[in-house]
Design a binder for this molecule. Structure first.
Ligand code: ZN
Ligand code: ZN
Length: 269
């Protein structure tokens, strides 16, 4: 059983209303022993219909986290993390933020491509079908080549979740060159990737990234692999984690990774 969830949001993130305490209590109920909150910090997030700014009040977040970390320390380990939304125009702000706190764990993610979130319909109207994921991956490649203050890259093929064409199906070879270069860059930089189970909630039959990407990552020498539900409410804590041990071991993985003070620790699957 996987007992750590390393991608979680609470009301400290614009798009969640969950109290941190309710999330911790749910994790304990599920038998988890370690969780990491990874609240959103997306500098210069474009104006959107829901008026989310995705800017973090780090002081308030940290104060509540360390209070609750202490309160529940005999039951669960609560780690201090963040998910930074990277864009080519915000690397300096992201780097300063990443270095401003002693985070246990930092996810680098791409949420915005050319001023659009793939979650909004305009993205796939602009880049239909395969163009959407291709453009998304091109932006990730630029990010990992230039930006280094993170531990793992989040949901590598996130754009797939929102493709409106229901006949769309991810085929590794359509993106092989881009994906290989991204994975090699991440591995050579000593970073990792995550398995994000939120994809299951969006009707995908696999987590993000696709198992073919995970398999290639391992073949190229990738070792650091964290596991996160990307849960924004207690009901989504450790979402479908029961599917992962069999999937990951069938791909050849023997360990998954957790972080403390941005150093990886490996746990047998
Ligand atoms: Zn994300
Ligand atoms: Zn997230």
């Amino acid at each position: 059983m996987i007992r750590s969830d390393f991608h979680l949001h609470t009301s400290h993130s614009s798009d969640s209303e969950a109290s941190m305490e309710s999330m911790i209590q749910k994790a304990i109920e599920l038998g988890l022993t370690k969780i990491c909150f990874t609240e959103h910090q997306d500098f210069d997030y474009p104006a959107n219909s829901e008026n989310f700014d995705f800017l973090l009040d780090t002081g308030a977040y940290k104060a509540e986290l360390f209070d609750l970390k202490d309160k529940y320390k005999d039951h669960i380990q609560v780690m201090f993390g963040t998910e930074i939304g990277l864009m080519p125009t915000t690397y300096d702000k992201c780097r300063d933020f990443a270095r401003s706190e002693n985070f246990d764990f930092i996810i680098g993610s791409t949420h915005i491509v050319d001023q659009m979130d793939p979650y909004e319909s305009i993205f796939f109207e602009t880049y239909p079908g395969k163009q959407g994921l291709t453009r998304y991956l091109e932006v990730i490649l630029g990010n990992v080549k230039t930006y280094h203050d993170y531990c793992v890259y989040g949901h590598l093929d996130y754009a797939v979740r929102y493709c409106p064409d229901k006949s769309f199906c991810f085929v590794y070879k359509d993106y092989a060159d881009l994906i290989e270069e991204i994975l090699k860059t991440i591995i050579e930089d000593g970073k990792g990737i995550e398995v994000n189970t939120a994809g299951y909630k969006y009707g995908l039959s696999y987590p993000n990234p696709h198992p073919d990407i995970l398999k290639r990552y391992l073949q190229l020498g990738g070792e650091i692999l964290t596991i996160g539900s990307d849960g924004h409410c207690p009901e989504h804590m450790a979402y479908d984690f029961s599917k992962l041990p069999e999937l990951l071991t069938s791909l050849g993985f023997r360990y998954y990774t957790v972080f403390r003070e941005q150093k990886p620790e490996f746990i047998k699957l």
